[in-house]
Write a protein that binds this ligand. Structure first.
Ligand code: PEP
Length: 244
């Protein structure tokens, strides 16, 4: 049986009410393969709106982050309880932009994963190295440390998104061999050290309709986490309408 491919759109802090409606209307009009999970992750204020727009469609809702507590005095943060109430099924955790601009540490990521799992929301956990680490070949050591410190033991479903920081929004992407190496290494590490078998592995970083299918077919990844190209109607259409 063909495996599901996850296409996760990370809209980041983009789109307004009008452009969201237009993009969702385009996505709803696409006849996509049953093997695709089309997951959109809007910014928080758009979540209720998108929830209503995607009713009776195949589109699945996700969030871009959550706080590690369910409620409390955390000004400006968003609770997993509301994310759940608004029917989000996935949450991106540990994106490098959160790590950089909000100083999130691996321990924060771990707590967020735990609160998501407790609430039956599937975490999409981002890992990935800087350009310097790629150059000096310390990338695997760094990713192992991220996995070791972020991932609780014996989790059920887990999605890892390998997003090299240097590939995000730059147009640069690792080679097929590089992505495959990280995929195999992560799976082996998680199996051995965390006793987790059920892992989906996504690639993210400058994915577009030109490179997606080669990455998917040659690296045998379970899908992609897509930023910039997910905002472009034609690009995301070409990906979702591709040969699955
Ligand atoms: C991202 O930041 O999650 C991402 C993958 O961005 P882009 O596709 O724009 O590189």
């Amino acid at each position: 049986m063909p495996q599901n491919t996850l296409i996760v759109s990370n809209w980041k802090m983009n789109l307004n009410l009008i452009s969201t409606k237009k993009l969702i209307s385009k996505l709803k009009s696409l006849k996509t393969s049953k093997n695709i999970k089309n997951i959109v992750c809007p910014q928080y204020l758009l979540i209720p709106y998108v929830r209503d727009l995607i009713k009776s469609s195949q589109i699945i809702l996700g969030a871009q982050d959550c706080h590690f507590e369910e409620k409390g005095s955390f000004t400006g943060d968003s609770s997993i309880l509301l994310i759940k109430e608004y029917s989000c099924k996935y949450v991106i955790i540990g994106h490098s932009e959160r790590r950089e601009y909000h100083k999130e540490k691996n321990l924060d990521v771990k707590k967020k994963i735990k609160i998501a799992v407790k609430n039956n929301i599937i975490p999409i956990v981002c890992v990935g190295e800087s350009f310097l680490m790629r150059q000096n070949k310390s990338y695997l050591k760094f990713i192992y440390k991220q996995l070791d410190e972020c991932i609780p033991k014996k989790m059920g479903k887990l999605i890892i998104a390998y997003e090299p920081i240097w590939a995000i929004g730059t147009g640069l992407i690792p080679t097929i061999d590089d992505i495959t190496e990280v995929k195999e290494s992560c799976k082996k590490f998680l199996k051995t050290n965390k006793k987790i078998d059920d892992i989906k592995f996504l690639y993210g970083g400058s994915v577009n309709s030109q490179n997606f299918f080669e990455i998917r077919n040659k690296c045998k990844v379970d899908g992609a986490l897509i930023g910039g190209a997910s905002l472009l109607e034609q690009e995301i259409t070409n990906i979702l309408k591709g040969d699955f």
